[in-house]
Design a protein around this ligand. Structure first.
Ligand code: ADP
Ligand code: MG
Length: 633
């Protein structure tokens, strides 16, 4: 029989290196990962067996056996689940199958940048590979259900593994760990017992310890180590917080504490149990293009799928957990699940319960709610335009930074603080809250004491369109916010500046002249030049034309599609109270010297504030130097 040697995928080698060199402070979790895999394998076969009973080979009593051989220094975790064939071994134990290479590489990069901080990658749960924390050699003897040939996979976790065909392997997988010298403690029975009790009690498949008989002794009876009943079927008051947390770790592959646990049984027309968790940490794959919810579906405690998009809306994709219903047919195929009215009903129920709970947590403890919001607010906001029915609830749950508050606040709070005479609730969109708060677009609002919402998540560009009003107040972009600025007085500091700056008809005539001159100088680079109401401290700013896409949205779309050109339908607004603009108006009315260069400099400056480059950096630098020379020399 031939033995093949194959290499691990490069990412796996890197990961193994980190795993071995202190990824986890708590090495006990290797056992939880391997038992978790064994239980998954049994779940899979039970599901396949529903439609292909022959696969069960007459043995549908699933179980996991643990045993140790102190003399050989080994531990074995054996299951009679689905097993693996040669290709499965290569695909599942040679590559990073689950988490996706991309998310892993990202975490790895973050990990290398922040040297020593392994908590990021720790939240992956490296699954099978965690065996190498305690073992310097791992072998997997396995036979896939329904097949005759068995396989032996062996690796020392250093770049390569071997695969060899073997006869006489029973169905399922048997993982043998050759324990490292410094991990021999895990071979002690009492230690194993306590680890299984702590980490794997919630596993619904029996986990038995098979003690190795001492010389002259008879083989001992298997000893049951876990409760072996599905956690969600137990009454809530008989489940400890630790058991919930362990179950959460099992379904999420995470290590964090759940921020929220929702466990309930729905009765009536449709019966089901939901056990759902809101993670305490942000998972890596939150913004992958699939945007798939990750809740596992069971029917009568039989695992059906973890790939069911019909259980939760995608704006709740950060939720982990299970749903178990006795009202779905056991032989339901994954395809049949799409468009099933019963699932739609469950989805509605789960969503309502979750949102109610979140709203309650916000009422009970705002500070604590904000930790949730920082993690998942950007995802939840997708629901504002995706879920018409719950739009209003979601708007109420949303929190925002504003020009008046670094700490995110609710729209209700902002509406409550509106100025007398203020007719709309204003927002500005961009990448960075602190830059937005100081941007020329909002300075006229701030100077009048008007609070502006600082919207910095890409999703914000999309939902604002779906929410014309908040508590009867129109929601408007600062770009549309001319009216209020005329009606509201400036606040103290700015008032002084303003009073000195009343303009006479003669000055107004010069401004008109300047505007005409700027339009000619700037040509197609802007759609228009206009007098600004929103500027108080800055000379100019760029805004989108009325009714056009916001500049920030245009920028997002450009980033997504590198080729798209800069739009030319932007308006340059000028602040006629600003000394530079006044001086330019005088110049334009006189000999006009330097006005054109100044026009380009001002436009480039406005572009920089929008996060762009000057249209021609070389000419920009030259103009700037000339202007400085004039001032200095
Ligand atoms: P995950 O369990 O999250 O998928 P793991 O690294 O723990 O990731 O396992 C990788 C894959 O290896 C599993 O998805 C499964 O396909 C396979 N596998 C691991 N252990 C077993 C087992 N005991 N029986 C069958 N397949 C297994
Ligand atoms: Mg696993």
């Amino acid at each position: 029989m031939t033995q093949e040697t194959l290499s691990f995928q490069a990412e796996v080698s890197k990961l193994l290196d980190i795993v071995v060199h202190s990824l986890y402070s708590d090495r006990r979790i290797f056992l939880r990962e391997l038992i978790s895999n064994a239980s998954d394998a049994c779940d899979k076969l039970r599901y396949e067996g529903l439609t292909q009973p022959a696969l069960l080979e007459g043995d549908g009593e699933f179980r996991i056996h643990l045993s140790v051989d102190p003399d050989a220094g080994t531990m074995t975790i054996a299951d009679n689940g689905i097993g693996m064939d040669r290709q499965d071994l290569i695909d599942n134990l040679g590559t990073i199958a689950r988490s996706g290479t991309q998310a892993f590489s990202e975490a790895l990069k973050a990990q290398t940048e922040k040297k020593g901080d392994v908590s990021l990658i720790g939240q992956f749960g490296v699954g099978f590979y965690s065996a190498f924390m305690v073992a310097d050699r791992v072998s997997v003897a396995t036979r896939k259900a329904g097949e005759t040939e068995g396989w032996n996979w062996v690796s020392d976790g250093k770049g390569a593994f071997t695969i060899e065909e073997t006869a006489d392997v029973s169905r399922g997988a048997s993982i043998t760990l050759h324990m490292r010298e410094d991990a021999k403690e895990f071979l002690e029975e009492f230690k194993l017992r306590s680890i299984v009790k702590t980490y794997s009690d919630h596993i619904a498949i029996p986990v038995d310890f098979i003690a190795s008989p001492r010389e002259g002794e008879e083989a001992k009876e298997p000893e049951r180590l876990n409760e072996a009943s599905a956690l969600w079927t137990r009454p809530r008051d008989q489940i400890t917080p630790e058991q919930y947390t362990e179950f959460y770790h099992h379904v999420s592959h995470g290590f964090d504490e759940p921020w929220h646990t929702l466990h309930y049984r729905a009765e009536g027309v449709l019966e089901y149990t939901g056990l759902l968790f809101v993670p305490g940490q942000k998972p890596f794959d939150l913004f992958t293009p699939e945007r798939k919810p990750r809740v596992k579906l069971y029917v009568n405690r039989v695992f059906i799928t973890d790939d069911c998009e019909e259980l939760l809306p995608s704006y709740l994709r950060f939720v982990r957990g299970i749903v178990d219903s006795s009202d779905l047919p056991l032989n339901v195929s994954r395809e049949m699940l799409q468009d099933d009215p019963r699932l739609r009903k469950i989805k509605g129920g789960l969503t309502k319960r979750l949102l109610d709970d979140l709203a309650k947590r916000a009422r009970d403890d705002e500070e604590d709610y904000l930790t949730f919001w920082e993690n998942f607010g950007a995802v939840l906001k997708e629901g504002i335009y995706e879920d018409f029915e719950r739009k209003d609830d979601l708007v109420k749950m949303a929190r925002f930074r504003t020009t008046a508050s670094d700490k995110p606040v609710s729209l209700e709070t902002v509406v409550g603080r509106m100025k007398e005479g203020q007719t709309a609730l204003y927002y500005v969109t961009g990448d960075d809250a602190s830059a937005l708060a100081r941007s020329p677009q909002v300075e006229g609002f701030v100077a009048r004491g008007i609070e502006v919402l600082l919207l910095t998540d890409p999703i914000d560009e999309f939902w604002v369109g779906a929410v014309p009003n908040v508590m009867d107040k129109p929601l408007k972009s600062v770009a549309q916010g001319g009216g209020d600025l005329d009606a509201l007085p400036l606040q103290d500091d700015a008032k002084e500046a303003e009073s000195k700056a009343e303009s006479t008809p003669a000055e107004e005539g010069k401004i008109d002249g300047l505007i005409a001159r700027l339009k000619v100088a700037l040509g197609d680079a802007v759609a228009d030049v206009m007098v600004s109401k929103r500027l108080t401290g800055s000379p100019v700013c760029l805004v989108a034309q009325d009714g056009a896409m916001s500049l920030h949205l245009q920028k997002l779309l450009r980033q997504a599609n590198q080729d798209s050109p800069l739009p030319s339908d932007r308006v340059l607004e000028i602040n006629t109270r600003h000394a530079v603009i006044k001086a330019l108006a005088e110049r334009a009315a006189g000999d006009g010297e330097g006005v054109d260069d100044a026009a380009h400099l001002l436009l480039d400056q406005a572009r920089i504030l929008e996060g762009e480059l000057p249209s021609d950096p070389v000419t920009f630098a030259k103009r700037l130097t000339d202007a400085m020379a004039k001032g200095l020399v």
